[in-house]
Design a protein around this ligand. Structure first.
Ligand SMILES: [Fe+2]
Length: 438
């Protein structure tokens, strides 16, 4: 436990040393235990957090169990079809109501004493709410006082988000200009999650991968150079051509563009894409060869670079959450999504590509994970904690956004820029500084 004075000193130190606009970030912020405690309260306790895709809770009573910060929550579709998010905690003694990862239920019944809740979070009350209710509570139980604690929940393009901030900005305001680009991946067609998400633990602070997906196309030519060395690609410049986008609010993305005549996406899906996207969005999708990004703080997405598989061009889309489980550990959640109405060849090939490239068996993930693990070790070192190690975030500091690009936000020509990364850090710092000093 830190004292109030130590905590105030830490906040002062962050205000003094985190300098996004100058392009300098002290390395201790990636894994410091006290910084992590502040983040749980001021970042994860305040901002919108991605939890699930609507296709994971298709029916009344379907639910999945996720985390907001370190708090377990139930994302469930009620018997009125509405998706809600509840703290996964019985109102009686705080036991987890749902101990499984997903399921379909009529009621949630606490495994400890049997208190029972309906799919809209309501305590079931007389006879059905608590065992031996007439004997144990002859005076009756107040149903309203025992409702499950509910987070504010909104969706965009089938992506379910929730926040504990009941009076803050709407999800649409929070996503802002990033929505135009999210549409290219999640709104271009009816999408569905394939199987269940893969999960694994990485000994890394959660901001390293988030930051990587926000603004780091630069690492691909070095960290993933095996592609070129093994002859799987012609060179290692797949991360170079395209655009870097800083849509604001700490979100960031990069778009890789090809110069071929035909779209790399299946011809069978073009009509659906056209009906869901604006003309400008459709044009960008038709030239797309990869797209990476991060929605602040920790939801990443990737349409990986198209590769040749069985004579066709294929890319297996993924969605990520870098779930913090400590100051220097995270749990990766990795989903694969596909067009529900896509042809079977595309579904099969995209899944094969996803499994080969990313996910727990993916060739790329192994490269990235080793970097994040070894960076975290350095961030934990005595010199980093003393503030001696300060990292350079100055790429593209002089760059001017394009005026011609059809999509919104600050868009830079070429993918090599850390502009969105600097806004990511500014957003993070503003949230940390926004809370009270005790
Ligand atoms: Fe990578």
């Amino acid at each position: 436990m830190v004292t109030a004075t130590e905590r105030n000193e830490l906040i002062d130190r962050l205000e003094r040393t985190v300098e996004p606009e100058q392009g300098w970030i002290p390395m201790f912020v990636y894994s410091d235990p006290d910084v992590y405690r502040l983040e749980l309260e001021r970042v994860f306790g305040k901002t919108w957090l991605f939890l699930a895709h609507e296709s994971e809770v298709p029916n009344p009573g379907s639910f999945v169990v996720r985390d907001m910060g370190e708090q377990s929550v139930i994302v469930g579709r009620g018997d009125d079809e509405t998706v809600r998010v509840f703290l996964n905690s019985c109102r009686h003694r705080g036991m987890k109501l749902a101990c499984e990862d997903f399921g379909e239920v009529e009621n949630w019944r606490c495994p400890y004493h049997g208190f029972t809740y309906g799919s809209k979070g309501e305590f079931m009350g007389t006879m059905r709410g608590a065992p031996f209710e007439r004997k144990a509570y002859p005076q009756g139980l107040d149903k309203d006082a025992l409702r499950l604690i509910e987070a504010r929940c909104e969706t965009y393009d089938g992506l379910i988000f929730a926040t504990w901030d009941r009076d803050g900005e709407s999800l649409e305001e929070f996503l802002g200009d990033a929505r135009w680009y999210l549409d290219l991946l999640f709104g271009r067609a009816e999408m569905e999650v394939v199987g269940v998400p893969q999960k694994w633990v990485v000994p890394s602070g959660w901001k390293l991968p988030s930051d990587n997906f926000t603004s780091d196309a630069y690492h691909t030519a070095t960290a993933h150079s095996f592609l070129g060395r093994l002859g799987l690609t012609k060179g290692v410049d797949f991360g170079r051509d395209g655009y870097h986008v800083s849509p604001g609010h700490g979100h960031g993305l990069g778009i890789g563009i090809h110069f071929d005549e035909e779209s790399y996406f299946p011809p069978e899906l073009q009509d659906e894409y056209r009906s869901n996207l604006s003309e400008d969005q459709y044009k960008v999708l038709s030239r797309l060869k990869n797209l990476h990004g991060n929605i602040f703080p920790h939801m990443s997405f990737l349409q990986p670079n198209f590769i040749e598989l069985g004579g066709r061009k294929v890319s297996g889309m993924m969605l990520r959450v870098w779930q913090p489980i400590g100051h220097d550990r995270l749990q990766v959640w990795s989903w694969h999504l596909i067009e529900k109405n896509g042809p079977q060849w595309w579904k099969d090939a995209a899944k094969a590509a996803y499994v080969q490239t990313f996910g727990s068996s993916g060739m790329f993930d192994q490269d990235d994970t080793e970097n994040w693990e070894l960076q975290t070790k350095n961030a934990n070192s005595a010199l980093a904690r003393e503030g001696e190690i300060v990292l350079h975030y100055g790429m593209g500091l002089e760059g001017e956004p394009l005026t011609e690009f059809p999509g919104p936000g600050a868009v830079y020509d070429g993918k090599f820029s850390e502009a969105a990364g600097r806004v990511y850090w500014r957003t993070w710092l503003d949230l940390i500084l926004a809370g009270e000093r005790s």
